[in-house]
Write a protein that binds this ligand. Structure first.
Ligand code: PLP
Ligand code: COI
Length: 341
């Protein structure tokens, strides 16, 4: 397979159009058989449900070239399951989980020339999504939907790669108790755009959202969960019903325990205990683990002891083990690696 002529090592996190994508339509209560297409455009009615009432959910996962030259994806079954949960919350029909995996396989295979080579630092980001496609003017669910899956080669989500980030405690809330914070719906990201633009204008890389009810507990950022290492070496991540159940974070907890022999716990984390943390990272498919060096809470600086020049030692071990598993250098737990070819 001849690869595309792309400067893999200098990619940012952007959209590069690839040759093929997968499409399936839902009508009269059933999904059609779906197919691969070269058409990257979508023509919609002006009143389509997604355009009026934001009825759309999505997923994000990656394909990797392993050390021995295979193309693999990481735990796609969990993305398939999460997309069903997201769809149900927005009254959308579930896209069958086995069909989701089939769409991943077909799209990655068709775009094998875009899967970044091993060692390049880049990966192929896959974006499955679905939306209400027929006209809806009263507030109600659409009756027709489209599922799509496209892919794009990407580099690091944050410019500067593994340089520690500076984040601020946001005055905006991301998710309400009993709201939609625990699903991957486009609406959660639309409402975060003002907060991220103003964070960037003020020189911060991201927002730390707090729980909306008490504003005392750490939730997550706009696109990643938090992971902390306490000063006594324990890995802790926020437990909340209003954050996205990150597949990366759940995997890292298992990596911490089973591969690194660390204590790891999901629990409520209070803003006023951040001074007791030794390391902090943002974890997610796009973010992988991006280290945080400083958290600013309305002028009060919380400087993580790991500093502003490199990842803390535990974060680094977690990063190396997780990416080692994803790139086939380290044996994966059963079922984590889905071989495409
Ligand atoms: N939190 C939010 C809000 C996200 O958008 C993402 C990205 O998917 C994550 C967390 C990380 O989830 P995952 O590790 O499943 O990619
Ligand atoms: C992902 O990590 O897959 C996400 O969806 C985060 C997104 C904000 C880029």
């Amino acid at each position: 397979m001849e690869k595309k002529n792309i400067d893999w090592s200098n990619l940012g996190f952007g959209y590069i159009q690839t040759d093929y994508r997968y499409v399936s339509n839902y009508k009269n209560g059933a999904w059609d058989e779906g197919c691969i297409t070269t058409d990257s455009n979508i023509v919609l009615n002006e009143c389509a449900g997604v355009l009026q009432y934001a009825q759309t959910v999505f997923e994000g996962l990656k394909a990797y070239t392993t050390e021995d030259g295979r193309i693999v994806t990481f735990r796609p079954d969990l993305n398939a399951a999460r997309m069903v949960t997201s769809a149900q919350r927005l009254e959308m029909p579930a896209f069958p989980e086995e069909r989701f995996i089939e769409a991943v396989e077909k799209t990655v295979k068709a775009n094998a020339a875009f899967v970044p080579p091993y060692g390049s630092g880049a990966t192929l980001y896959l974006r499955p999504y679905m939306f209400g496609s027929n006209p809806v003017i009263g507030v109600k669910p659409a009756t027709e939907y489209q599922f799509r899956l496209f892919c794009t080669p990407v580099g690091p989500y944050f410019k500067g790669g593994v340089k520690p980030l500076t984040i601020r405690v946001s005055d905006f809330d991301r998710a309400a108790p009993n709201g939609t914070g625990n699903i991957k719906a486009g609406l959660n990201y639309a409402m975060s755009l003002h907060a991220i633009v103003s964070a960037h204008e003020e020189g911060y890389d991201e927002n730390m959202y707090l729980d909306a009810a008490t504003r005392t507990k750490v939730e997550e950022t706009g696109g990643a969960n938090f992971l902390f290492v306490t000063k006594d070496g324990k890995v802790v991540t926020p437990k909340s019903d209003s954050i996205l159940p990150s597949i990366t974070r759940r995997s890292l907890i298992q990596v911490a325990k089973d591969y690194l022999g660390l204590e790891a716990e999901e629990r409520e984390i209070y803003l006023d205990e951040l001074g007791d943390m030794a390391e902090c990272g943002l974890c997610g498919t796009a973010a992988v683990i991006s280290p945080v060096g400083k958290i600013v809470d309305h002028g009060k600086e919380i400087c993580l002891p790991s500093g502003m020049s490199e990842m803390g030692p535990v974060t680094k071990k977690l990063y190396e083990t997780l990416t080692g598993i994803q790139m086939g250098r380290i044996e994966a737990p059963k079922g984590w690696i889905h071989v495409i070819e």
